[in-house]
Write a protein that binds this ligand. Structure first.
Ligand SMILES: [Zn+2]
Length: 167
């Protein structure tokens, strides 16, 4: 078995454009779920910081580098991309090398918005993309008691760990 760890942070977009009231922008994507938010997250992709951390954990467990190596943010093909496509691609890369995913656990670190109503849908999306059972996926959310960059609502961080079986 192989263990992997992933960590990612995205900052909230504080530009005037982010505040211009476009409902399209007033949401973020986490685990493939759209969540109302006062500001979007800055990103080259859709900014799905949860999926990015999970991809890094999977690639880490397989000793295959990181998400930036496989999907560089200088590549226009990945501009605004649905991060679930990246996750499904990572799963294919792992399968090619004989790995299967045993489980994934993760923690979203955010002072806002509230995550609880969306956790189950995120878990379902991850289980589908990882082609594993729903009960092999766990997503937790915590604030930092208003401490640090997450506590000041400057951004959202995610930690993820995974276990792979390499037969
Ligand atoms: Zn990211």
């Amino acid at each position: 078995m192989r263990i992997g760890h992933g960590f990612d942070v995205h900052r909230f977009d504080d530009s005037n454009e982010a505040f211009n009231g476009l409902s399209e922008k007033a949401r973020i994507t986490l685990g493939g779920v759209l969540i109302p938010s006062s500001r979007p997250l800055l990103a080259h992709s859709d900014g799905d910081v949860l999926i990015h951390a999970v991809c890094d954990a999977l690639l880490g467990a397989a000793a295959m580098g990181d998400i930036g190596h496989h999907f560089p943010d200088t590549d226009s093909r990945y501009k605004g991309i649905d991060s679930r496509k990246l996750l499904r691609h990572v799963v294919l890369l792992l399968m090619d090398r004989g790995f299967s995913v045993i489980n994934v656990d993760s923690t979203i670190v955010a002072q806002a918005p509230k995550m609880a109503p969306y956790i189950e849908a995120m878990c379902q999306n991850l289980a589908n993309d990882l082609t594993i059972a729903r009960d092999a996926v766990n997503i937790k959310a915590t604030t930092t008691e208003k401490l640090g960059y997450a506590g000041r609502k400057e951004g959202i961080a995610v930690h993820a760990v995974t276990l792979l079986d390499n037969g």
